[in-house]
Design a protein around this ligand. Structure first.
Ligand code: SF4
Ligand code: SF4
Length: 246
């Protein structure tokens, strides 16, 4: 398992063409939808805005004309949400449903090799500050003494994690002392077993070893999940450009 705040962004970097395409399609669909909602008299150009600058100018013109009432802004928010967020919610639901077609192979690898960009002190500070995942992680995971120790145990997998990590980002490897020789969890049925273990992998975006029982699900769902995240990022940007109704 991997705890990385930038997991999806770094995977997007690897899939840059799809990323650019998803952003463009989502943006175009939204702008066209908004453009069609715009009365002819309010249109400031010959077509829907195609750049952030044009988009901002478009909004400013609406605002100047006094047409951008709170009601209109709310309408835009609804439109944006309907256009972008609804399909995303549906596709994420489908991805979750597809997960039921796979199951854990109980190899115990994810218990013996976990990685994150955070060292123990940082994770502990995050846990102390209330980060739920960090709390669960530090409740069971212990750090490898150093990367070479992890490498000795899982040479290929450490290389695979390193390759999937953005350049310059630190990696720290961990293992759980509760995994048993037969790969079973020593905390099975105990309230001490963190919820993260029951839900892993909670998204196809996490790094998985190639023979993981969820690997097929990951490869089938990866692009859709990344597109969903990109669309949500677009939605955030678009919503943040809407003038305040306060
Ligand atoms: S608590 Fe159990 S399932 Fe969770 S990492 Fe440790 S051995 Fe694996
Ligand atoms: S199959 Fe995957 S989730 Fe299950 S124990 Fe192995 S690495 Fe972990």
């Amino acid at each position: 398992m991997v705890v990385s705040s930038s997991a999806w962004q770094s995977q997007w970097a690897a899939l840059k063409p799809e990323y650019a395409k998803a952003i463009k399609l989502a943006l175009q669909a939204t702008l066209v939808a908004l453009w069609e909602e715009t009365p002819a008299a309010m249109r400031v150009g010959k077509s829907a805005p195609t750049s952030k600058k044009e988009w901002q100018q478009w909004l400013a013109n609406w605002q100047q004309a006094g047409v951008l009432s709170p009601k209109t802004t709310q309408g835009w928010q609804t439109l944006l949400t309907e256009t972008l967020a609804k399909p995303v919610a549906q596709s994420l639901k489908q991805i979750e449903a597809n997960k039921q077609q796979s199951e854990c192979g109980q190899c115990g690898v994810c218990c013996r090799l976990a990685s994150t960009e955070h060292d123990v002190a940082t994770l502990q500070a995050m846990a102390d500050a209330g980060d739920e995942f960090a709390k669960q992680f530090v409740s069971v995971m212990l750090p490898y003494e150093n990367t070479d120790k992890a490498r000795q145990r899982f040479p290929d997998l450490v290389v695979s994690v390193e390759k999937s990590t953005p350049e310059g980002q630190p990696i720290h490897f961990y293992h759980c002392p509760y995994v048993q020789e037969n790969h079973k969890c020593g905390l099975w049925g105990s309230p001490k077993r963190p919820a993260m273990c029951a839900t892993y992998p909670d998204t196809p975006l996490v790094w998985m070893q190639p023979d993981c029982g969820w690997a097929d699900w990951k490869s089938e769902s990866l692009t859709t999940t990344l597109q969903a995240h990109a669309t949500l990022a677009v939605l955030d940007v678009l919503l943040s450009t809407l003038p305040s109704t306060a």
